[in-house]
Ligand binder design. Sequence first.
Ligand code: 4NP
Length: 150
Amino acid sequence: MKKILFVCLGNICRSPMAEFVFKDLVKKNGMEDEFIIDSAATSYEEIGNGIHIGTRKQLDKEHIEYDNHRARRVTVEDYQNFDYILGMESRNVRDIIRIIGSDNENKVCRLLDFSNNPRDIADPWYTNNFEVTYDDIVEGCNALLKFLLK
Ligand code: 4NP
């Protein structure tokens, strides 16, 4: 069983998009029973709130299913419970490590660190461009799965 936690600032735009894109990818590869996949926030801003309409519209457009996910904050326990804790940008990685204390087991990095072009994923909360975010997340999820299957 591989356990993956996607993390962003609010857990309403990018990390739930990554959660449901990766769930879809894993399902299409017939491996849904081999993964636990979740998402969480570094901030308290949106705790309890649902997925942002921009993310939902983008997932609808791509025919990717999602559920009634509610934003939650990453916890110290998450560090023990998950194998990979993947931020969307460098700031998320810094904040995750601040929350969990230290990353002794090297579980924390950016999603796009698995790609051939490691970089941050821009926050559509500010850019309002959910398409670019989606393309980056698909690239990251494909690269992550390829890495995990090696
Ligand atoms: P996310 O976007 O980190 O991709 O979920 C944001 C959502 C909410 C806020 C910031 C970013 N906020 O400041 O409330």
